[in-house]
Ligand binder design. Structure first.
Ligand code: AMP
Length: 412
């Protein structure tokens, strides 16, 4: 079932309550990366252009149900005020009489930013009853004639402001950002152009087990990098020295390798590695093969592996990438990740960068504009690729009756 979007509703003269993902990094009250605010702008501007008033809500960090000023959205409201041609006001709270009065004052073209939704335990449904969470969501829903969800980063959470609110909203539709995420990820899952190559890296196998299992059903090739590679190499009998390993997953790793072989999925592990004698940018380093000597640890894939992976990527038509190839935060160990980044940028494929550290790596590389789609939600994009339904998407209004398009993330 396709979900309704902001294009499917008449907003003129109405008030819209919109969930965005303004969970931006802050240092001493200053926003250090505004990617998420920029990503929400197209829908914010569209709603205002339609002649609606706008009430925005988001979480920021983990205030754990308390009104902690360091988690206030006030710096975001001030930042937004400088970005758009509208008067952006900051509410004193998320709910309550004062906020209700401020909401009533929102006229077409005005913007009011509510305080951090996680100032209340009801947001996540923790330490409260279902009735209390419903009451909180109901009050949020009352702030608009239409509810818009444009927060893909929290779409995998069934929270008051992402999913429960739809029980009480007159109309619930997606914003452009959510729509684009679902379109790219959905098409990759349901109708990928082949060859379909998945690049999976990051620290641990345990964090990516489910996505590896799900991708195995869909892709032609899986390229493994990052710390997780060494659990696989150890499972194959190699000495991995002091490299990151999850000994409790050695059997699982062997099973994954066997499953890939059985399904005819090309499952590539690093053939060479950059080993270091300490976990430090200043460590002594050496390019080694699959064996890592004792006292050394592999912190990046080696040049031969980078070239092999680049060749696979060059022939791909769809690429999904989640997780760095090494400890790219340290320049000494960033070459593998940057090489893969360059290969994805150079390829003609539909490239989807799946949130989290891979997005940070792509941003560091300066190649972000060469990617087809950079997901704004690490956890949400992983769950989508794992084939799980996203509660924040499921809860939105259906466009029309009929059979599921298979790409919408509704899980039907
Ligand atoms: P994840 O959140 O699972 O995607 O993991 C990302 C983290 O994995 C980054 O902070 C990397 O520094 C780290 N990482 C990547 N490769 C390695 C490695 N070979 N050894 C240890 N940590 C790694």
């Amino acid at each position: 079932m396709q979900k309704k979007t902001v294009r499917d509703v008449d907003m003129k003269g109405k008030r819209v309550i919109m969930r965005v993902d303004f969970n931006v990094p802050l240092k001493d009250g200053v926003i250090t990366d505004d990617t998420r605010i920029q990503a929400a702008l197209p829908t914010i501007k569209y709603v205002l252009e339609q002649g609606a008033g706008l009430v925005l809500m988001s979480h920021l960090g983990r205030p754990k149900g308390e009104k902690k000023p360091e988690f206030s959205l006030a710096p975001v409201a001030a930042y937004l005020n400088n970005l758009i041609d509208a008067d952006v006001k900051m509410a004193t709270d998320v709910v309550g009489a004062e906020v209700q009065a401020a909401v009533a004052d929102v006229k077409p073209g005005d913007v009011l930013v509510l305080e951090n939704t996680r100032y209340y335990n009801e947001e996540e449904g923790k330490k409260c009853t279902a009735e209390e969470q419903d009451a909180y969501a109901k009050e949020l829903a009352s702030f608009g004639d239409i509810f818009v969800n444009d927060a893909f980063g929290t779409a995998h959470r069934s929270h008051a402001s992402t999913a429960v609110i739809t029980k009480f909203a007159n109309e619930s539709v997606s914003g452009f950002l959510l729509e684009k995420e679902i379109e790219y990820l959905g098409n990759a899952v349901a109708n990928p152009e082949r060859p379909f190559v998945a690049i999976v890296g990051g620290a641990k196998v345990s964090g990516k087990l489910e996505v590896l299992t799900a991708l195995m059903e869909k892709v032609d090739t899986i390229l493994i990098g990052g710390g997780m590679a060494y659990t696989f190499l150890k499972a194959q009998g190699y000495n991995i020295g002091g490299s990151l390993v999850e000994d409790d997953l050695l059997t699982k790793a062997t099973e994954i390798l066997a499953a890939a072989e059985a399904k005819g999925v090309k499952f590539l592990l690093p053939s060479d590695n950059l080993a270091a004698d300490a976990f430090s940018n200043e460590a002594n380093t050496e390019v080694v093969g699959k064996e890592i000597q004792d006292g050394w640890m592999a912190l990046d894939i080696g040049p031969e592996t980078t070239a092999t992976y680049a060749a696979e990527i060059a022939s791909a038509k769809t690429v999904v990438w989640n997780g760095p190839m090494g400890c790219f935060e340290m320049p000494t160990f960033a070459k593998g990740t940057m090489g893969v980044c360059q290969a994805v940028a150079d390829s003609d494929s539909i490239s989807i960068i799946g949130g989290g550290d891979s997005v940070a790596a792509v941003n560091v590389s300066g190649l972000a504009d060469k990617m087809s789609h950079i997901s704004t939600g690490g956890g949400a994009s992983l769950e989508f690729l794992e084939g799980k339904a996203l509660p924040g998407v499921v809860a939105l209004d259906d466009k029309d009756s009929g059979s599921c398009c298979g790409t919408c993330g509704c899980g039907c």
